[in-house]
Design a protein around this ligand. Sequence first.
Ligand code: GFB
Length: 320
Amino acid sequence: MSSPVIFPLEGKRVWVAGHRGLVGSAISRRLESENCEMILAGREVVDLIRQDAVEKFMEREKPDAIFFAAAKVGGIMANDTQPADFIYDNLVIETNIINSAYRSGVSKLLFLGSSCIYPKQATQPIPENALLTGPLEPTNEWYAVAKIAGIKLAQAFRRQYGADFISAMPTNLYGPGDNFDLNSSHVLPALMRKAHDAKMAGADKITIWGSGSPRREFLHSDDCADACVFLMKTYSEEEHVNVGSGTDLAILDLAKLVAKVVGFKGEIVTDTSKPDGTLRKLMSGDKIKALGWTPTIGLDQGVERTYEYFLESVSMRYAS
Ligand code: GFB
């Protein structure tokens, strides 16, 4: 049975911070059926790194609720090579938005984290209470520390001031609006682009980073958005909530699936000079399931839909 609605969105002013990103754009699409008034503002309207700009924006717009999907994000290589940007940008954006949300009287805020907050050696599937029980994965500890700080900020404002701030921890996400740049993207869009480019060029192989054996859990961004709206409406507790698909697969098997969907029939070779990152990162979905939410988009179907988006909106950008 689904949890009762305690925070209806109908008629509310709802700011989707980060609405141009993968999750933010999915949340904006999902909110179209909630009869709320969406506030969308790009960097040219409010630079989230600037505290005074965020405070003025919040005072002017007076949102009732915030979906906090704004972040500096990237794949394993971007995380590993830009530690300063990943920790600084995310910490500053979090302190700016969460503090000014409280000061300007925002009724509810949902902060989005990431499954990399959990210890590298956490038991699998990873339950919510594994947070801060062990050392982090080194390739993304800067981003993870910032995201843990975000969870703690939301909890602290709840404890000290009674603010209704909650946190959701999505697993590895993919979908329309993803980043397909090979240096900074996550694995799924990177593999899609590699397979597509190889098919178009008539190449006989693609190279994937690392050994291909790490396992990852993937969730379509539309499922993640649905979970965020569900939690915003029904959940009000201090502990963060995992948002995942419940299943994982090896990166090599993901590469085979993507190659099949794209129609690339060549060889898949590994490059072990590139990092594997954490070996497994499957979250427990028991908590959100008990609250009454389950995902609906399977990986095969999700990859097909994402490739359709890639063909319609992205492929021409990279065509030679
Ligand atoms: O998606 P990804 O970059 O991030 O990589 P993480 C997942 C796995 O895919 C790693 C492998 O084992 C990569 O080595 N991989 C294989 C590739 N080929 C490729 C490729 O062409 N591109 C990429 N990017 N990976 C990130 C964190 O970790 O996940 C972030 O760095 C965040 O902080 C995010 O948590 C969700 O899953 O390793």
